[in-house]
Design a protein around this ligand. Structure first.
Ligand code: HEM
Length: 401
């Protein structure tokens, strides 16, 4: 994705020197202690909007009002450059498409992720959470990311597409290589293999449809015409990748927080009825996504001149940490007044269609894990390994109980 030795970008003429901050979204200072706090320092210590010469050179908007503006303004802002540093991505429908191309793809996915559809997946989420936790409990320790956080979302996807759970042994490493490998060739090769796998399955479902996601997508209409086979495969890949790394990361951050904060953990053990609200408070404090946009036309905002072609990083994770919007934003308070302000699932036309499913997975995980492993901590002598970027993540999390 990124070449750490790459030269710093030259400051374009329309960017004044006082708006330049040396901020690397992949290596913010203090990343390994608390990645959200590391980003928060950039919000607190710099101008509301700054430009960094790192990763090809791009703007970062740090305050809630500006994050919303760049999420909802489809007239002046495009989704084309949603990854930093920018790269020539083929369309990943609907993620990096603008209107009018975006809507028809999204319309296919939405009914597959509405609350009624998610409820049909609930028993899978619960069964996997129970079985995995029960298998781990007697061991007294685990590496949570490999042994739980990666397994739950892939099993949910396999249930959505009606494919055998055993396929996870092949898909988990592929998904990992496809979303987190530092080597571009490895990423491309993994996504190609994933595409081949899904193409084969979708060809079968084209001829013998069921009621699963692959069958629905391959037989869908894209606006007023039948979707082409390759378009359908791309959309299925988006549904797969959209729900893997994100859910794994959120599970990782929530579990790391509870491992390090016994009072909060005990609150949930004593009163499991708090868990649904706790999920949103954890998502607010431990947000993970920082996608980017491309400016379509020159415009001014808060005295800053944006030029067509500029790339702007829009850290959704900073919205719920903005002290102009929320009191004491760094404190996790499960009894915080509702609704809890955050934009962890985005805003506007690209708002995450998987939010209902993601919240359900987190809630059920907490319910079932805390019943069986109520008292756990970071394994002595280890430190969780965190990653920052477009999607922040927990790479390794050793627990003991
Ligand atoms: C905690 C977990 C999750 C988080 C934090 C999250 C976050 C987000 C955010 C912030 C966006 C908007 C990106 C932007 O504005 O640039 C998004 C879009 C999307 N998400 Fe999620 N997501 C999560 C889980 C899921 C799940 C479980 C699925 C599906 C199974 C999913 C599928 C998608 C898709 C398809 C899009 C693109 C929507 C569009 O472009 O219209 N996500 N997600």
């Amino acid at each position: 994705m990124r070449d750490p030795s790459a030269a710093l970008a030259e400051r374009p003429g329309h960017i004044p020197p006082d708006l330049v901050v040396d901020f690397d979204c992949y290596e913010p200072e203090g990343l390994q202690d608390d990645v959200q706090l590391a980003w928060w320092r950039a919000q607190q210590n710099g101008p509301d909007i700054f430009w960094t010469p790192r990763n090809g050179g791009h703007w970062v908007v740090t305050r809630a009002d500006d994050i919303t503006l760049f999420q909802v303004d489809n007239e002046r802002v495009s989704y084309a450059d949603f990854v930093v540093p920018r790269q020539p991505f083929a369309p990943i429908p609907p993620v990096n498409l603008d209107p009018p191309e975006h809507g028809p793809y999204r319309a296919i996915l939405m009914p597959l992720l509405v609350p009624k559809a998610v409820s049909r997946l609930e028993s899978t989420v619960r069964d996997v959470a129970i079985q995995t936790t029960e298998a781990l409990a007697p061991r007294g320790e685990c590496e949570f990311i490999q042994e739980f956080a990666k397994i739950l979302p892939i099993m949910v996807f396999l249930r959505m597409v009606d494919l055998p759970f055993e396929d996870r042994h092949m898909l988990v490493p592929l998904a990992e290589a496809g979303s987190r490998s530092p080597d571009m060739e490895t990423r491309v090769a993994a996504i190609r293999t994933m595409r081949r796998y899904l193409s084969e399955k979708m060809a079968e479902r084209r001829d013998n449809p069921g009621d699963d996601l692959l069958s629905v997508v391959v037989h869908a209409n894209l606006g007023d015409r039948p979707i082409a086979f390759e378009e359908a495969v791309s959309l299925a890949i988006t549904a797969l990748f959209g729900g893997l790394d994100t859910v794994t990361s959120m599970l990782g951050f929530c579990t790391r927080f509870l491992a390090m904060n016994p009072k909060h953990r005990q609150e949930l053990v004593d009163d499991p009825g708090l868990i649904p609200d706790a999920v949103d408070e954890l998502i607010r404090r431990l947000g993970i996504t920082n996608s980017a946009r491309r400016v379509k036309v020159d415009f001014e905002h808060k005295g800053v001149t944006f030029k067509a072609g500029d790339q702007v990083q829009v850290p959704a994770m900073l919205y719920g940490l903005d002290d102009r919007l929320i009191d004491d934003p760094l404190t996790v308070d499960f009894r915080r007044e509702r609704p809890i302000p955050h934009a962890a699932f985005g805003a506007g036309i690209h708002t995450c269609p998987g939010a209902v499913l993601a919240r359900r997975e987190l809630r059920i995980f907490l319910e079932e894990w805390l019943k069986r492993i109520p008292d756990f901590r970071i394994k002595e002598g280890t430190k969780p390994v965190l990653a920052s970027g477009i999607v922040c993540g927990v790479i390794e999390l050793r627990l003991e109980w």
